[in-house]
Design a protein around this ligand. Sequence first.
Ligand SMILES: [Zn+2]
Length: 419
Amino acid sequence: MSTLIENALIVTQDQTRRIFRGNVQFDGDTITYVGREKPKSESIIDGTGKIVIPGFINTHAHVGMSASKGLFDDVDLERFLDMTFKYDAQRTEDGIFNSARIGMYEMINAGITSFVDLYYSEDVIARAAEQVGIRAFLSWVTLDREFTTQKGDPLDNAENFIRSHRNMRFVRPSVGVQGIYVASDETYHRAKEIADRYDTILHMHLSETRKEVYDSVKKIGERPIEHLDRIGVLSDRVIAAHCVWSTYHEAKILGKDNVNVSWNSVSNFKLATGGVPPIPEMFEAGANITLGTDSNGSNNSLNFFEVMKFSALTLKNARWDASAIKSQQILDFATINAANALKINAGSIEVGKKADIVILDARAPELIPTSEINVVNNIVYSAGPGIVDSVIIDGIFRKKDGKLIGFDQSGLSSAENFI
Ligand SMILES: [Zn+2]
């Protein structure tokens, strides 16, 4: 069925970053018209006072942990991981399923149409994603056997997961690595080999804390990014979450290897990692910068507007330079760059792209006044989930007129339903 959103302010995120007042038509799962004409359509949505943007793409999450908000607060990463691993060890499939659904609805509520996840039990999360109807890039986490609570070999589990989830509508299965502190070169090589064989992303935590970097230097004489580059793991398949403790030299390596960096500023600051990644230098060097929320355990929310604003502010402040990063770059990280990282036909409002579309309400007080001149600034610095009017994923409304569709709270109010 064809639907026309008419008379809206359209932030296309196309090649020239065109912004104009006009109309967007989608038919089934594809955008079929963008311009000033009004092609005949079966359904019309009045976009007066609304803004149309491509859906946000969250490149680092652990959505199975969405119910762990407020459980591990005010501790550093080491203590946080300790508490998380203990929590993980006692979880049930139902608990993970319920947590994942909650996280997916929270993301849709904030205008996220695709996300990249790193966890075990991704088969359970895949079931939730297909039910909710959000695009889910699910990376089964691997690590050395001596450190895992997974049954069997994590790498075999990852490969089995990919093999059995290749033909789903919303799910794209892949492989991940927890981090250099629990993964040997052999684990990295095997994970890379799986990603190459099945043509998937390779998702990992990388250089998140100073301790991780210093321990690596002490143990193997190299910093994590230098090491993974030397053993041949880094490539444009890699989504590297954090990269906070990177030198300018490592920024060049990430660029040379065409790595996709997922910048998780809110999680990093909450866990007091003490630094800001050298984003301008990575960008200069050619790395593809994207944004992530990380989990509700370390971020406490999956609010992508907060991540966009916070990322910009932390970098500006760290550099004593208000122009160190611009709102247009931040919006690029949140949309088109992330689509490129995932090699999906989305991330912009253009004919032929997937109908992953978000409609914002520019009549909300926080966005008045908004025009072509300030719309990108207002999306990045002034907006919040409350102004997300509608979310369309693969041509289907998942939020409409400010209300989530299909979100059923019954049976989800009690904490024990999430363990
Ligand atoms: Zn993470």
